[in-house]
Design a protein around this ligand. Structure first.
Ligand code: SF4
Ligand code: SF4
Length: 435
């Protein structure tokens, strides 16, 4: 039997034991919540409210008529305090709606749809869009677009991605243990769109309790729960599709080109809430961890809650962090402040002290080849690095730099501590500009 894994990759220490056995805790929404309108990949939103307006929980604050967009909803009831430019987790100021929470949680009317058979495919796609659902693994791509492939692309496999291969991150793990029913409800909704497709929940072997819970949930159905080999980056779409189906996605192609759709765990629950319960995306599960956090764990957080409020719920920190990372230490991005809000794509807040934050000194490449052995895309990172530093974009193109998924495996294994992935990121931006 074929091993459920992909080629190359690495085995970093996972540091998941800080949080993986602790039940999800709720963070009480604070007095002021900040809703940046930039929370998805696609068109910017038009703000629909003004200072002084009363808003309900679940009410739209911003929306757009552009096809690649999803609305943004208030996660509390209260009054719009300000509409202005505020700092986003990405480090730039963006248009933001500030809502003063009245503590009442008065909701808009949520319209339930218990009977999926009564809904057309168009109804389902519309409900997912109107629910503001985006990929919650960190990508932030509108889910209704992902679930609307052109008619000629026949979807044969739906994969719910429970790999969660990034070190420290355990939010998907806890959702699988605590809310397996909602994940499968979300999967049922997706299967209404692609009734001919088979369906899997793919989970890395280092989450035995999640595997057991999900297997019990799907017992007696045709949904498969697959135990994947624990290896980074198992959760990357191309690697997961190869591991589950044996299909390779050609350079420049998408999962739909090989008949696959991959959906993140918390995105599946968001789909179920949006379609079956009529509740838009107002909260997400965030892993708060790292050596500086006194009570690490997973937290159910209203969108718009400042990081500082979430950190307080995790016991606070006694000193200034040396490094703030959002989205995992391998593929995440560095943060600059705790005075920014949780957005739909904030899967984690990791805090490390000054010592851990120190980057190793770069030295010349010793041509050991470890970066090539680690690269899951079978690229040649040492050459990509050299060509990017020289500004030789033609060679970067020839070496398929745009196929790099920025997983960081090459930098992780490099004994010379070459800043490989950083230079490749810059190179990809240059290639995109040239295109
Ligand atoms: S791992 Fe580092 S030192 Fe080794 S070949 Fe790659 S870039 Fe050079
Ligand atoms: S070149 Fe890109 S895809 Fe390959 S290991 Fe490095 S970051 Fe990952």
């Amino acid at each position: 039997m074929r091993k459920l894994t992909f080629k190359h990759g690495i085995h970093p220490r996972d540091h998941k034991s800080y949080t993986n056995a602790i039940p999800i805790r709720m963070v009480e929404p604070p007095e002021l919540l900040y809703f940046p309108v930039q929370q998805h990949i696609g068109a910017p939103l038009d703000i629909l409210v003004k200072p002084g307006d009363k808003v309900l929980k679940g009410q739209k604050l911003a929306d757009s008529t552009a096809p690649v967009s999803v609305p943004l909803h208030s996660s509390v009831s209260g009054t719009v305090k300000d509409v202005g430019m505020y700092m986003h987790a990405s480090g730039v100021k963006v248009p933001t709606v500030v809502v003063e929470n009245d503590g009442q949680d008065t909701c808009v009317e949520f319209i339930e749809h218990d009977d999926l058979d009564a809904l057309s495919k168009e109804d389902i796609i519309k409900l997912i869009r109107e629910g503001g659902v985006v990929g919650m693994g960190g990508a932030g791509f509108p889910t209704h677009i992902k679930l609307s492939p052109p008619p000629e692309k026949e979807i044969r496999h739906i994969i719910i991605n429970g790999s969660e291969c990034e070190p420290y991150l355990t939010s998907d793990h806890r959702v699988m243990v605590e809310e397996p029913g909602m994940i499968i409800e979300g999967l049922h909704v997706i299967r209404k769109l692609f009734p001919q497709a088979d369906a899997y929940v793919a989970i890395e072997a280092n989450k035995p309790d999640a595997i057991e819970t999900m297997k019990a949930e799907v017992e007696g159905t045709d949904i498969g729960v697959l135990t994947m080999q624990t290896k980074y980056p198992q959760g990357a779409e191309k690697q997961l599709i190869y591991a589950v189906t044996g299909k390779e996605i050609p350079s420049g192609s998408l999962p739909m080109d090989v008949g696959c759709i991959v959906i993140n765990i918390d995105t599946a629950t968001a789909i179920a809430r949006a379609v079956k319960q009529g509740i838009p995306l107002c909260r997400r599960i965030v892993t708060v961890s790292g050596t500086m956090v006194s009570k690490p764990g997973n937290f159910s957080v209203r969108i718009g809650t400042p990081f500082s409020t979430v950190i307080e719920a995790a016991g606070g920190i006694g000193a200034v962090p040396g490094k703030i990372i959002m989205g995992g230490p391998m593929m995440g991005v560095a943060g600059h402040s705790l005075d920014v809000p949780v957005v739909k794509a904030t899967s984690s807040i990791l805090l490390f002290d000054q010592e851990e934050a120190k980057a190793g000194e770069e030295s010349p490449c010793i041509r050991c080849g470890r970066c090539m052995s680690a690269c899951p895309i079978q690229l040649r990172p040492l050459y990509l690095n050299a060509y990017a530093l020289k500004g030789d974009w033609e060679q970067c193109q020839k070496e398929n730099m745009m196929d790099c998924i920025e997983c960081g495996c090459c930098s992780y294994v490099c004994p010379a501590k070459r800043h490989l992935v950083q230079s490749i990121r810059v190179g990809k931006q240059q290639l995109a500009k040239r295109k």
